[in-house]
Write a protein that binds this ligand. Structure first.
Ligand code: F6P
Length: 342
C-alpha cells in the first residue's frame, strides 16, 4: 500500500514519534510505501512531498516539532482546494491518508473522507487536549510539564521579591493546560475560559496568599475572560480556520492586580516554549501507539475514523464525531482545583 502522511496546525511534541511509528510499521513490517506531504494541507494542495523510508525516521523519537513541517492551510478556504487535494493524492498513487492534527486539520480530513475520494485515518494531536472522543492528545503532557516546571521556579523568585506572578499559558478555548499545570504546580489561582472569573475574587485570593507570608502565583489560560466582559483580549488577527489569535490576558491581569493590591505584580507569558522541545515519556508512547494503530486501521480498510485513547486502549472513533465539538473542562474538575486557591 501507499500511505500519505501529513502534520497540520500548531506543532507539538510527539509528531515525529507518530511519523516514525507509521514508517516503522508500514514500511518495516508490512511492506508499504510512505510519502510525507510537507507543511500540512499545503503540501497536498501544492503536490509537495518527500518519500519516507526507514533511514529517514532514525533518531526521530525524541525530536520535538515535525520534520514534515506544518501550516494552518485550509484547502476548503482555497478555490478548488478539495479537488486539488484529491488530484494530488490520485496522481501520487496514495491509497490512504494519515493526517495528524487537531480540530482544524482533522475537520478537513473528515470532510475529505465524506467525499469518498480518499481513505482517511486521522491521528489526534494538540497541546490543548481539547479534542473530543479521545481521553488525551499527545503534546498535552509535555506542555503541562513545561508549564509546571515554570510555575515551580516562579514560586521561589516570587517569594523572594514578595510580588505576584501571573503565568499565561496556551490552550485556546479550553483550560486543560492551565488546570493541570496549575494543580501540579500549586498555583494559588487558576483561571480558565470555561469559567469566567470575578476580578474581586482573584484579588481576595492574592491578598490571602500574601497574608500567609507567601507570594501568589496566578495561572491564567490565554482564553480566560472576566465575568463583566472587560479585558477581552486578542490581536484581532484570524487564521485560515477563522480562529482569532489570543494572548495578552496575563499582562493585563498583572496590571490590574498591582493596581488593586498596591503590591508589585509581573506577568510571564510562556507562549511557544510549551510546544517546543522533546516529548515526555507519556507523549512518546501515546504518539507511537497512535501511529501503529493508524497503520493497522488503514490495513483493515477503515476510512473516516480517528485513532483515540479510551482509558488505556487505543480505539477507532468516527472522525466526524471527534471534530464535532471541543472537549472543555467540566465544572467539577475546576471545583477540585478551587479547593487550593488563596
Ligand atoms: O492549538 C495549539 C496552540 O498552541 C494554542 O494553544 C494557541 O492558541 C495557538 O496554537 C497558537 O498558535 P500559533 O501561535 O502557532 O498561531
Amino acid at each position: 500500500m501507499r500511505i500519505g502522511i501529513l502534520t497540520g496546525g500548531g506543532d507539538c511534541p510527539g509528531l515525529n514519534a507518530v511519523i516514525r511509528a507509521v514508517v516503522r510499521k508500514g514500511v518495516g513490517e508490512l511492506g508499504d510505501e510512505v510519502v510525507g506531504f510537507r507543511d500540512g494541507w499545503r503540501g497536498v494542495l501544492e503536490d509537495d512531498s518527500v518519500p519516507l523510508d526507514l533511514a529517514s525516521v532514525r533518531g526521530l523519537l525524541p525530536r520535538g516539532g515535525t520534520v514534515l513541517g506544518t501550516s494552518r492551510t485550509n484547502p476548503f478556504a482555497v478555490e478548488d482546494g478539495p479537488e486539488r487535494v484529491l488530484g494530488t493524492l490520485r496522481r501520487s498513487g496514495v491509497d490512504a491518508l494519515v493526517p495528524i492534527g487537531g480540530e482544524d486539520t482533522l475537520g478537513v480530513a473528515a470532510k475529505l473522507a465524506e467525499t469518498g475520494g480518499i481513505r482517511v485515518v486521522g491521528v489526534p494531536k494538540t497541546i490543548d487536549n481539547d479534542l473530543d472522543a479521545t481521553d488525551y492528545t499527545f503534546g498535552f503532557d509535555t506542555a503541562v510539564g513545561v508549564a509546571m516546571e515554570a510555575i515551580d521556579r516562579l514560586h521561589t523568585t516570587g517569594d523572594s521579591h514578595h510580588r505576584t506572578l501571573v503565568v499565561e499559558v496556551m490552550g485556546r478555548h479550553a483550560g486543560w493546560i492551565a488546570l493541570h499545570a496549575g494543580m501540579a504546580g500549586g498555583a494559588n489561582v487558576i483561571l480558565i475560559p470555561e469559567h469566567p472569573f470575578d476580578v474581586d475574587a482573584v484579588v481576595a485570593h492574592v491578598r490571602h496568599r500574601f497574608d500567609s507570608g507567601f507570594s501568589p502565583i496566578v495561572v491564567v489560560s490565554e482564553g480566560a475572560k472576566p465575568r463583566d466582559g472587560a479585558m477581552v483580549l486578542s490581536t484581532g488577527e484570524k487564521d485560515a480556520f477563522g480562529h482569532v489569535r489570543l494572548g495578552g490576558v496575563g499582562p493585563a491581569l498583572a496590571a490590574l492586580i498591582e493596581e488593586r493590591t498596591g503590591r508589585e505584580a509581573r506577568a510571564v507569558v510562556l507562549g511557544h516554549v510549551q510546544r517546543g522541545g522533546t516529548p515526555s515519556p507519556f507523549d512518546r508512547v501515546l504518539a507511537t501507539r497512535f501511529g501503529l494503530a493508524a497503520v493497522t486501521a488503514v490495513h483493515a480498510g477503515e476510512t473516516g475514523v480517528m485513532v483515540a485513547l479510551h482509558g488505556t486502549d487505543i480505539v477507532r472513533v468516527p472522525l466526524a464525531e471527534a471534530t464535532a465539538q471541543l472537549k472543555l473542562v467540566p465544572a467539577e474538575r475546576y471545583a477540585e482545583a478551587e479547593v487550593f486557591f488563596g
